[in-house]
Design a protein around this ligand. Structure first.
Ligand code: FE
Length: 133
């Protein structure tokens, strides 16, 4: 898959202000505010910036954190994991592999066999009902 590179000016034109702040500036949406937080429909979740397939509904769970939470990505090759020492914390950041946009962070308190919780901003995701990726 080709990497996508755009200027901030291009991203600003294509994204909502909230999407731009989260995806391109690494902001975190306020907890319990995201449109997809309580979405339980079958389908897939794509990067809101570039459409890259990121998560499937069968790995989504209610973590109580206030952000959409997944046990694993649809394809590990579609995300990039980066050490993040900002805000006085040591976290692992999740970015879209294709466009480099910030998605959220991984924590190790998840319910699945790997124990991982992908804590993802709703604003970073586009939900596509039905088809899984
Ligand atoms: Fe992307």
């Amino acid at each position: 898959m080709e990497d996508i590179k755009k200027t901030d000016e291009q991203w600003r034109r294509e994204l909502t202000p909230e999407q731009f702040e989260v995806l391109r500036r690494g902001a975190t949406e306020r907890p319990f505010t995201g449109a997809l937080l309580h979405n339980k429909a079958d389908g897939s979740y794509a990067c809101a910036a570039c459409g890259n397939a990121l998560f499937n509904s069968d790995t989504k769970f209610d973590s109580g954190s206030g952000w959409p939470s997944f046990t694993e990505p649809a394809n590990a090759a579609n995300v990039t994991l980066l050490e993040d020492r900002s805000h006085g914390m040591h976290r692992v950041e999740v970015r879209c592999k294709r466009c480099g946009s910030h998605l959220g962070h991984i924590f190790d308190d998840g319910p699945g066999p790997t124990g991982q919780r992908y804590c993802i901003n709703s604003a970073a995701l586009d939900f596509k009902p039905g088809a899984k990726t």
